[in-house]
Design a protein around this ligand. Structure first.
Ligand code: MSP
Length: 655
């Protein structure tokens, strides 16, 4: 029977580049909690996804010559591949470009407006024209320039919608100071002192300088601020204000939102404010962790210090990586990633402590009893201590899972693993094995070890879901015995349990060789990133690529003329080209091949007047001799629109 519902979320990731080990932390942590809760009998909803709007995505797509949607589609695939690779078992994946989300965000925005919390005003600040972005003073770089492209900014104003924050200040302060919402609490006090006490500023909730976002439903010149769009995912993914799902009443409020410290403010202030304004219940907990850093810096693509989870997983297995990042990160602090520490942890905890415990125990059952524990038993010294530590473990892990302190949960499990290894040293089964009269005692010792392994591996299966089933197989446990319900009891495996020797579960790593190879990969990445940065800086001081400054005499070389489309049909050998026959306005016609068949059907073009580059050298395209080119615009939403000039007679010169 279900113990109730449990709803846990990761942030939705920004697909501005490939995911790295820093992104893995939150997702793997939430996956482990979700798996544990499922094992406990909760009805779990584990949500993750991608946050796909915003000017940066629009710009990146433009640089690559593809639409923003095409751009994000590619990266989302890599995110999904990584989660599969890391054995992340989410229940739902939301993309903010999903229709149902777009529709729901528009309704939410309208609802906030209708309730009087959103009003129209003016946004002013430091504006970077090439990036089309506003920056606050504290966001500017050390030269007071744009933090993205490092070019000068100017004071500018823009019409925008704002959300009133003041009506919620008291309730927010209480939420942060008097409840257990934000963990760790020290961070809550920081927020209250820095943002609430000095007076909350109204939040700018729309932008009108770019298009790649969700249009404000009642003012199409504006798109919804990307954080309002993104935060709403936690409820739209359940079906709030949309018909795609029907889980809102069942799962809301969230039990845990887990995020890293850089986005804590949005989740501790902006999100509760939106929910209060909508009159919705607040989430129960916000767990904030630090960053995985590399040599003291946040991992970032531009520094080249990104540790590629695919590369690590390929070398050591996804479970070893999961274990390492979960074990190293203490809630609230940063965790410094180092290849040395990772390899030492894998060797010490996984290969030596856990791997050897399983291998030695199974090998002894085979050696002394042919693989099957006999029925005779003799209790002895040290048994009760081991048994009580093993059977008390589940309660401790429950407690730390509930506090989202996964590193401590793992520490507790590995204490019991160490206790079991110590038990082998204390009971000396290799000496018992030499004495025929000690067989019953030996049987007890080995059975106690198998039981301790069963308990530890059951609790660990939420953290390392790929390898624990291999341990169950070796120790003779199965889906009936290796369960959460059995994880606080001893004597669950059959008395004459049969073990099966298998492959080494966590092979030892040759530390020196591996570190050398990994360091070589990192320094190669750093070199590439440095070069990319230098190129970007050089580019920033030049006019944008492909747009050379030309004189009027250069422009005069281009002849632009209007022409009317008489006929239009797809080019048989091509997926993209349409063949157009144009009336030049002087009694002659010309044929032009244009790559617009994705955007227009022939009927939508016939009869319109267009602008042609009429002195372009003819070229053969898929068998069609094209005599010129018609003008079309790349629109910010990724579409292409032909420039129609229907009110100008064919044959007019354009200048
Ligand atoms: N799109 C927003 C989140 C919206 S949630 C409604 C965003 N995306 S992000 O991709 O930039 O970051 C997602 C999460 O990954 C953040 O919590 C961020 O701090 C975290 N991490 C990114 N790099 C990280 C590390 N190196 N270490 C740990 N977490 C890291 O912010």
């Amino acid at each position: 029977m279900s113990k109730g519902k449990f709803y846990i979320t990761t942030p939705i990731y920004y697909p501005s580049g490939n995911p790295h080990i820093g992104h893995c932390y939150t997702t793997v942590a939430c996956d482990s909690i979700a798996r544990y809760k499922r094992m406990q009998g909760y009805d779990v909803m584990f949500l993750t996804g991608t946050d796909e709007h915003g000017i940066k995505i629009e710009q990146k797509a433009k640089e690559m010559g593809i639409s923003p949607k095409e751009y994000v589609d590619n990266i989302v695939e890599i995110f999904k591949k990584l989660w599969k690779y890391m054995n992340v078992d989410y229940d739902r994946y939301i993309r903010t470009t999903d229709d149902y989300h777009v529709e729901a965000v528009q309704k939410i925005f309208k609802e906030l407006y209708d309730r009087g919390y959103i009003y129209k005003g003016e946004y002013s600040g430091n504006y970077c024209t090439p990036c089309e972005s506003f920056w606050t003073n504290s966001q500017l770089d050390e030269n007071k320039c744009c933090p993205e492209c490092h070019r000068p900014v100017k004071e500018a104003k823009e019409e925008a919608y704002f959300m009133k924050m003041a009506p919620f200040a008291d309730r927010l302060e209480k939420l942060l100071t008097e409840t257990d919402y934000l963990r760790p609490k020290t961070r809550a006090l920081e927020l209250v002192n820095n943002f609430i006490k000095p007076g909350l500023e109204d939040l700018c909730v729309s932008r009108n300088s770019f298009k790649w976002g969700i249009p404000v439903p009642f003012d199409q010149d504006h798109v919804v601020y990307v954080w309002v769009d993104a935060l709403s995912n936690y409820i739209t993914a359940l079906g709030y204000d949309n018909d795609a799902y029907n889980d809102f009443n069942k799962f809301w409020p969230a039990d845990v939102h887990m995020v890293a410290k850089d986005i804590m403010r949005f989740h501790a202030i902006t999100w509760p404010t939106i929910l209060m304004a909508l009159d919705l219940p607040l989430p129960k907990h916000l767990a904030v962790h630090g960053w995985i850093t590399f040599n003291g810096a946040k991992m970032s693509k531009s520094l080249g210090n990104v540790v590629d989870p695919f590369v690590l997983g390929e070398r050591y297995g996804a479970d070893a990586i999961r274990y390492h990042i979960l074990r190293e990160m203490a809630l609230g602090s940063d965790s410094s990633f180092s290849n040395e520490v990772m390899i030492n942890r894998i060797n010490t905890d996984l290969a030596n402590d856990l791997g050897n415990l399983v291998a030695r125990t199974v090998a002894m059952v085979e050696k002394y009893f042919g693989g099957v524990i006999p029925n005779e038993r003799e209790e002895g010294e040290f048994d009760s201590e081991l048994i009580s530590e093993a059977t008390n473990l589940r309660d401790k892990v429950d407690e730390y899972i509930d506090k989202t302190q996964l590193n401590i949960a793992l520490e507790e499990i590995f204490k019991v693993v160490s206790r079991a290894n110590k038990y082998i040293d204390e009971t000396k089964p290799w000496i018992l094995g030499k004495d025929e009269t000690k067989k019953a005692r030996l049987a007890s010792v080995l059975y106690n070890l198998l039981e301790t392994i069963r308990i530890c591996a059951t609790l660990l299966s939420a953290f390392m879901p790929t390898t624990m089933p291999k341990i169950f197989e070796q120790i003779g446990a199965d889906s009936e015995t290796a369960t959460y319900d059995n994880a606080a009891s001893f004597g669950v495996l059959p008395q004459n349990v049969k073990v099966v020797k298998g492959a080494v579960i966590f092979p030892r790593i040759d530390t020196e060789k591996e570190i050398e190879e990994l360091n070589a990969i990192i320094s190669e990445n750093e070199k590439k990133a440095k070069k990319a940065l230098e190129q970007a800086e050089a580019k920033a001081t030049q006019p944008p690529e492909g747009i050379a400054v030309i004189g009027i005499e250069d422009f005069a070389k281009i002849e632009l003329k209007t022409a009317k489309i008489l006929e239009c049909e797809p080019v048989k050998k091509s997926k993209k080209l349409l063949k157009l026959v144009l009336d030049n306005g002087d009694g002659s016609t010309r044929t032009v091949a244009s790559g617009i068949s994705e955007y227009y059907k022939p009927d939508e073009l016939i009869g319109h007047t267009v602008i042609v580059v009429s002195n372009l050298k003819p070229a053969k395209l898929c068998g069609v001799e094209s005599q010129g080119m018609i003008l079309a615009a790349d629109c910010p939403d990724g579409g292409v629109k032909v420039v129609f000039v229907d009110d100008i007679p064919a044959g007019s010169k354009v200048r």
